[in-house]
Write a protein that binds this ligand. Structure first.
Ligand SMILES: NC(=O)c1ccc[n+]([C@@H]2O[C@H](COP(=O)([O-])OP(=O)(O)OC[C@H]3O[C@@H](n4cnc5c(N)ncnc54)[C@H](O)[C@@H]3O)[C@@H](O)[C@H]2O)c1
Length: 263
């Protein structure tokens, strides 16, 4: 019988830890026994998130900047004595603007925070994990990285890049005892999505209709998938991009055009 997930003695770095999926996952990892370091660009939000999650500490920095990403990892090592688990959750949303109307700098920022940030944190933490010959990393792709969403070229390209980076790192680092996986969430009720709904970037009822399970995801449903992939329960799983999407990516019918006829 496999014992329940227990992260006692594990040291976890969570980026984007001041809000949403990062914060809730940080709390779940701490609840399951891990010592957790939260990293985020939002210095104001971090102390309260740290208190809510039970994290050991926090560090402020921009994951998309190489020196800052390396310092974030160094801060986590200084606070925790090492890093066994990384959850790369830092990311920013986009504006549903077609490429030709989008300022290049905005495109680049959305892309850089997600893809470049994930790459830089993974690179810095991966070097340590290679030396200790163990570790687990979970990245955040998206349903937007699996198929095309018009107006979301930066976000989609970044999330598709994260899916590919996840597979490549899994193959490069498997021999060092390091597992690298990703979740691909659908719409999840976090501050990022609330902001998009408030700005009327999308209508939640359309999302609910398009989703086989008929609702958006709770943030805890992402956290549980991440905890599983980071845990020893997933000891033979690496290089996987796991849709956590209520069936979104399996759905191929033509929206409301096709109706099932119940007898
Ligand atoms: N919410 C969704 O529906 C959804 C769906 C698919 C994927 N995602 C992805 O999940 C991850 C978390 O999103 P969320 O919904 O929890 O958003 P969120 O806005 O609640 O949290 C994101 C956190 O990342 C931080 N952050 C932003 N830029 C940063 C940077 N350069 N350096 C460090 N920290 C930075 C923010 O300050 C914030 O605290 C993101 O990668 C997002 O793209 C979210």
């Amino acid at each position: 019988m496999t014992p329940p997930i227990d992260f006692t003695g594990r040291r976890a770095l969570v980026t984007g830890g001041a809000s949403g999926i990062g914060e809730v996952t940080g709390k779940l990892l701490a609840d399951l026994g891990a010592r957790v370091m939260l990293a985020d660009l939002n210095a104001e939000a971090l102390p309260a998130a740290c208190a809510r999650t039970g994290a050991q500490g926090f560090t402020v920095g921009d994951v998309a900047v190489e020196e800052a990403a390396e310092r974030i990892v160094a801060d986590a090592v200084a606070a925790l004595g090492g890093i066994d688990l990384v959850f790369n959750s830092a990311g920013i949303g986009d504006d549903l603007v077609p490429l030709h109307e989008q300022p290049v700098e905005r495109w680049r920022r959305v892309f850089d925070v997600s893809l470049w940030g994930t790459l830089l944190i993974s690179r810095a933490a991966g070097k340590l994990m290679i030396d200790q010959r163990s570790g687990a990393i979970v990245n955040v792709s998206s349903i937007v990285g699996l198929d095309a969403f018009p107006g979301r070229s930066a976000y989609g390209a970044a999330k598709a890049g994260i899916a590919h980076l996840t597979k490549t790192l899994a193959c490069e680092w498997g021999e060092h005892g390091i597992r690298v996986n990703a979740i691909a969430p659908a719409y999840t009720k976090t501050p990022m999505v609330k902001d998009l709904v408030d700005r009327k970037v999308f209508d939640p009822t359309v999302i609910e209709r398009r989703t086989p399970l008929g609702r958006m995801a709770e943030t805890e449903e992402m956290a549980r998938a991440v905890a599983f992939l980071l845990s020893d329960w997933a000891s033979y799983i690496t290089g996987v991009v796991l849709p956590v999407d209520g069936g979104w990516s399996s759905y191929g019918a033509a929206g409301d055009v096709v109706k099932i006829r119940h007898k």
